[in-house]
Design a protein around this ligand. Sequence first.
Ligand SMILES: C/C(=C\Cc1cc(O)c2ccccc2c1O)CCC[C@H](C)CCC[C@H](C)CCCC(C)C
Ligand SMILES: C[S@@+](CC[C@H](N)C(=O)[O-])C[C@H]1O[C@@H](n2cnc3c(N)ncnc32)[C@H](O)[C@@H]1O
Length: 868
Amino acid sequence: MAVAAPSSTLSRTTSPPPPPFPLLLSLSSSSSSGARRRRLRSSPSPSSPPSSSSSWASSRRIRCSLDRQTLFSRIAPIYDNLNDVLTLGQHRIWKRMAVSWSDAKMGDRVLDLCCGSGDLTFLLSQKVGTDGEVIALDFSRVPLSIASTRQEQYWKACYKNIKWVEGDALDLPFMDCYFDAITVGYGLRNLVDKPKAMQEIFRVLKPGSRASILDFNKSSSTFISSFQNWAIDNAVVPLASRYGLAEEYEYLKGSIAEFLTGKELENLAKHAGFSEAKHYEIAGGLMGNLVATRDKQVHCAPKKKKQKNKTKTKTKSRELFIYLFISLYSEALHRSRLRIEKASDREKRFRRRRRRRRFSAMSSPAPAPAPGALEWKLSQVLGEPLPGEKLEDGDTISAMEFDCRGNYLAVGDYRGRIILFEGTERDHLGSRNELESRDYPATARPIYTYKTEFQSHELEFDYLNSLEIGEKINKLRWCAQPNSSLFILSTNDRTIKLWKASENKLKKDKEAKPSLCIPSENALLAEKSFLVGEAERVTRNGYYLEWRNKKPRNTSPTSEEGPEKVVDIGDTTTAKCRRIYSHAHDYNINSISNNSDGETFISADDLRINLWNLEISNQCFNIIDMKPFDMEDLVEVITSAEFHPSYCNLLAYSSSRGFIRLVDLRQSAVCDQNVRILRDRENKKSGTFFSEIISSISDIKFPKDGRYILSRDYMNLKMWDLHMESSPIATFNVHEYLRSKLLELYSADSVFDKFGCCISKDGRRFASGSYSNNFRVFSRDGGPDDGITLQASRNPNRTPHINSLPKAAGLLTSFARGLSRRGHDIPSPDNNEEIPCDLKSKLTHLAWHPTTNLIVCAAKSSLYMYYA
Ligand SMILES: C/C(=C\Cc1cc(O)c2ccccc2c1O)CCC[C@H](C)CCC[C@H](C)CCCC(C)C
Ligand SMILES: C[S@@+](CC[C@H](N)C(=O)[O-])C[C@H]1O[C@@H](n2cnc3c(N)ncnc32)[C@H](O)[C@@H]1O
């Protein structure tokens, strides 16, 4: 069966514009919707006989291709790391052997079948060099996207010769006799129709070429199979269960039992037409590699050969080796502090997890159908430097926020400026030619244009404390818009300001006439309210007397209010500073958040949270104070705070220990009682030096429904259910591949980088940034677009600067950093150690449009917008 040559099919066949991310998914997916897959997964096959063994049961449940696709998507994020830990790195040697047996040479065109995240692919790529070509095929998108991300992060020129193809091993989209070599690593055993797969491998292989197939060895020795089962039960599954993937790894045992022995594999290959087939046992017989060679002569029909049977006799020496091996392995696992729980505990935990999953599914507000997969495309790039233009640090974007309708986007930078962009329906923009020249289809997504820019904060000096206060904008928050006025709060380390931006219809002299006001039902944000005097404040809310006066006595309120300070910012728009909320924080302000009541907001620094009334700038109410009597006793700092989106009495704040506390303002004036403390008990268990640092939460966000909280720590995004305190309902690894590089990241200060996160309108998808200008989009419901990686770049395939280990300014306060380091002696990293990503290019700021699927991310001074 001849199919079109792949060269044309390897680039996208579905839609004309290339994707902004590097994944080359060529073939229409054999998958159907996530919902269908979940249905298939959750209902065991009616034909399955009941079985007492869970591995058999899971292997039987995971029967068809769709189930397996889900399985491999689920395990993909931890697959590589787990293999490294479980085999103590040995699997890399086995993979090298497999590639070497394939006989791939410089300049060859080779196929890595069931490539997963690409371990064998990258080895093949080095073998065939830049003149060669590697095609890596897999039917699951998640491992493919991990693979293509790895490709980008590695720097070897030859890796450019790899093409990632989404396709089915049982129906290969390649011509007959197309490849010089084929490798399959842990793939064949997972295919539902092994004879068909072997025939396909034979068909696309050139005469005289080899297939090298690495997998678990289904040994005829009961000793070896017992060890395999022991290792799976006692190391593999317990470890996988820590990631909620016990069932997926239990499948391994059954799949080995149902696999073919070495002899059977040799026969299978010969039936498919291979002239030679030899199975080699490796790793003491735990693994095996089949090497099948196609005869130089082209055979139209598979050759049938007499079977040779007689398996090798087991020898005493091999058993001895295995005994040795077991003890070595157990010790090694023990040393790497893998806590292997007792089977009973494991079982209990697994059941609990399942109950939790059911609970969260049942108690979700509305059983909305799983959304279809989103395909992200580059929409717009703003602020890219011109060729040759030198970027200054001050131009780097430090804060970003859409207004509640998505009509405006505010961006703050290190120089204290705020830039406003206005969104317009794309169709209203530009000439026809201009629209036609764009490489994206017409949609009604908004296109943003520069509206105005103004200086919000300036460098100051705090003489009292001999401290320079930088002008960098830490956070921006739009206020409710009762009329067409645009109010925005901005903060640097110490001072919050309220700005009003308006079209420049008013003449300058009007600024001196505050009586010209816009009446509004919401007096607080109406013009009048901002311009009236202090008198009205006393009675506006009953708590006036409780408000703490933070202003130094010698400061006159009028000079501070600065309501008439006008910054001329261009022809059409003016920004006026309406309030200055200062002198309330002794540490750096990390968050501001508006209350849904439209009247109040909070500001948080490392140790305190203050509640403000928008209208009153000279007082605030300190609602949380974590400062211990003796600073030596300090164990935790506040990292982020956010009001609940609809309950004005509730707010959440996160800490450097990875806790999220929910407090109720109605309970007491000082919120020292928590309504909830959300903490991931799993964090505690992995008590390494770094676990404390990386569990610090850098950002929290409520989805609109307010039922959940999304948090970002250094490695993960976590989705929490407010009703479940002991663990998040889901954890999404953002850059798990960096876990083994924490020491180097620590030395580069990068481990203190604070990544933000953002949520879609429906709360089902969320995104967060990483290094090399990558960001990842996850879906609460799984599905093919879950965990997709995009790169904020016009040219996502450019070679990253690998060896750049900048002394990145950790954004956690130096105070907190000192605290984390105290008492630990960290050896300096090996200079040759490479971190597989560009640490200088980090995407810490992302925002999701409030009404449509449009994500904006800030890469240095540029904005990259993606829509789906
Ligand atoms: C290579 C391993 C797993 C690959 C793998 C393959 C699959 O088909 C899967 C399907 C579904 C889920 C997961 C997988 C999957 O992970 C790891 C295998 C670990 C072995 C069971 C244990 C091996 C012990 C080592 C040989 C010990 C080496 C150390 C010694 C001290 C020298
Ligand atoms: C255990 S992983 C092996 C990954 C990689 N080769 C390695 O050695 O690490 C098996 C891979 O086979 C893929 N796979 C399973 N069935 C497939 C099929 N019918 N067609 C293509 N890929 C398939 C899975 O998606 C998964 O990525």
